[in-house]
Design a protein around this ligand. Sequence first.
Ligand SMILES: Nc1ncnc2c1ncn2[C@@H]1O[C@H](COP(=O)(O)OP(=O)(O)OP(=O)(O)O)[C@@H](O)[C@H]1O
Ligand SMILES: [Mg+2]
Length: 247
Amino acid sequence: MEKEIIKIENIRRDFTVGSETVHALRGVSFSIRAGEFVTIMGTSGSGKSTMLNILGCLDTPTSGEYYLDGISVRTMGKNDRATLRNRKIGFVFQSYNLLPKTTALENVELPLLYNRGFSARQRKEKAEQALVAVGLAERMSHRSNQMSGGQQQRVAIARALVNDPVILLADEATGNLDTRTSFEILTLFQRLHAEGRTIIFVTHNPELAEFSSRNITLRDGRVVADTLNGNIRSAREVLESLPKEND
Ligand SMILES: Nc1ncnc2c1ncn2[C@@H]1O[C@H](COP(=O)(O)OP(=O)(O)OP(=O)(O)O)[C@@H](O)[C@H]1O
Ligand SMILES: [Mg+2]
């Protein structure tokens, strides 16, 4: 059995909006082992992004414990937490969050600017490797506003990979994409999983549970199902069965 890389215990997250309190998470507990590919599902408003932001150390819970690689995130200082996040976690945002008039290469180099261990040359090399890994070798000097949605999504994934994180978190990474592009991205995630990464992939699309090794379903801020998938479908096979683009 691989080690537990993530463990959360009774996580709650309340938001105060005016005089109302929104209970986005109402006591969520689970553990994730290294090498799992977990999809997190649930309808809009069920708490998926809130959960992912906490797992990515972008937000802190109102109460409950989060252990990342055995360390209680709550007890860490802000700087240590930022460093931990930068080294261990790659985050793919729902809306890509790329700098618009900036090239793919520059966007991917960005997280490395916070890592003093790398020279400018090493940064460029690592960013190039990450872009090759997501199939964008030919697009490195294109600006994000000159790229399609699927290509921008790949740049966002390359940026999440550039620090070689052990955990990859993705929020609706295929949400805005057409079927073919979605399966290209899913194929990429399955490959990253096969290479040993731990992946947590948030989506509202129930069909995607067939492609992960485990699925957690949230409803109204609670876990209502947590199931292992013994029969993982190949995204590549689906991709190959789709009609080809005529170009
Ligand atoms: N910053 C915030 N301030 C106030 N309420 C918030 C905030 N973020 C989320 N919420 C509320 O918490 C609940 C869960 O939101 P969350 O964004 O986690 O849902 P979601 O499952 O990601 O939905 P979607 O599929 O639409 O992205 C919602 O009721 C939302 O309105
Ligand atoms: Mg969301």
